[in-house]
Design a protein around this ligand. Structure first.
Ligand code: GLU
Length: 404
């Protein structure tokens, strides 16, 4: 079964609970497929990519662009739908979209990466815009990639338009706090649940040590939680008494892997099986699946990546009584601060880091509160509660516009 049909099942469950017709959300409003030639290692190669504009009833399409060799349309459609739900859940005035380019950017020269970035946005020049569709970074794209895309777009249109893309470097209109916003948002959500559960301190294992994973490990450590294990694609490190996260970040920056930090080495599967309070999933999609879900021993799972648990694994976790805090809430801090960045760009007036982080906390606390309330009201999982909340907001907007 494809990820997209799995995601649609959640929409349909939400529709049933709401007693609403959700057919408008069963397919994206627009799918754009492009291919363009670019130079890779001195040779011309034709690269393909997609932009899926899922729904814009609540505001401009919004969502990141990923560069990954396994990108396909099913994945981009799924992620675009998740973005529509996510923006509604945290109540930012955006719809949902997503982009993907089929390329492995690791090992590309900076010049070739720039060529791919400029080439892709050139293909999308007519469909993106400050008030139309606002891309951002995602897996293997960075503020530098956003800077090249912004520059290319502005060159074509002949005017400054910093709000056409978010996750930019600060020098080009990026927002304070955006670089670690996904992690901080996830932390605020977890902290809200911690207080709700009346708990003090968590033991935590973090799978994935990219932007989201490394920052969340650091933030949890700074806030007195015990981070006992972290891992990247090469494997992990473990210490029952807690790891010194800043030293691991240093080791990873110096030598490229968390295992270069001196501590007991473990595999990614070992990390999933640790008996901790919280397992943070911040790697890629589908990392917890039917084959390894029975290993999971944590009480809570925080989905910092998009779609890290397959739907059959999700049902197993639910049956076992493991609380899953779903991606559309847990990782919404990224798009929330993208929204703040966009607001600052449109008004041309910029906020301090403290101001951004305080505003983020308010958004994440409100969304967490609403999901806890919706879960109780509909007697369902947190994931379906999030879909109920998000789908309802999108349908309300669609009705007011007279589209349904
Ligand atoms: N790529 C991030 C996400 O999946 C951020 C999207 C954005 O800021 O638009 O939520």
């Amino acid at each position: 079964m494809s990820n997209f049909s799995d995601a649609l099942k959640k929409v349909s469950k939400a529709g049933k609970l709401l007693e609403e017709d959700v057919s408008i959300l069963e397919s994206p409003q627009r799918v754009i497929g492009v291919s363009f030639p670019t130079s890779i290692g001195g040779q011309t190669r034709v690269i393909s990519g997609y932009r899926v504009q899922y729904n814009n009833a609540r505001g401009p399409f919004k969502g990141g662009i990923r560069f990954h060799h396994s990108v396909d349309l099913d994945e981009v459609k799924t992620l675009a739908l998740l973005m529509a739900v996510k923006c509604a859940v945290v109540n930012v005035p955006f719809g949902g979209g997503k982009g993907g380019v089929v390329i492995d950017p690791r090992g590309l020269s900076s010049g070739d990466l720039e060529g791919v970035s400029r080439g892709f946005i050139r293909e999308l020049k007519d469909v993106v815009g400050e008030k139309k569709d606002v891309p951002a970074p995602d897996v293997y794209t960075s503020p530098q990639v956003m800077a090249w895309m912004l520059d290319e777009y502005e060159k074509i249109t002949g005017k400054h338009a910093p709000g056409v893309i978010t996750g930019k470097p600060l020098e080009l209109g990026g927002s304070e706090g955006r670089s670690y916003a996904t992690a901080l948002g996830g932390f605020f959500v977890l902290d809200f649940f911690r207080k709700f559960l009346k708990e003090k301190r968590f033991s935590v294992a973090v799978q994935g040590f990219g932007n989201a994973g490394s920052h969340v490990a650091r933030i949890l450590w700074e806030n007195g939680h015990k981070v006992v294990a972290v891992s990247d694609s090469k494997g992990g490190v473990y210490d029952v008494n807690g790891l010194n996260v800043p030293s691991i970040i240093e080791a990873k920056n110096d030598k490229g892997s968390v295992q270069s930090f001196k501590s007991k080495n473990i595999s990614n599967d070992d990390l999933l099986g640790l008996k901790v309070d919280v397992l943070v999933l911040s790697a890629m999609e589908n990392t917890v699946h039917k084959g390894n879900v029975s290993n999971v021993k944590s009480r809570i799972v925080l989905e910092l990546a998009n779609g890290p648990i397959t739907s059959d694994a999700d049902s197993v976790l639910e049956k076992q009584g493991i609380t899953v805090i779903p991606d559309v809430l847990a990782n919404a801090g990224g798009v929330a601060v993208s929204y703040f960045e966009w607001v600052q760009n449109l008004q041309g007036f910029y906020w301090s880091e403290d101001e951004v982080n305080q505003k983020l906390k308010v958004l994440m606390d409100n969304a967490s509160q609403s999901i806890i309330k919706t879960k109780a009201e509909f007697d369902t999982s947190f994931r379906i509660a999030a879909f109920v909340l998000g789908v309802k907001k999108i349908l309300d907007a669609e009705k007011l516009r007279g589209r349904i």
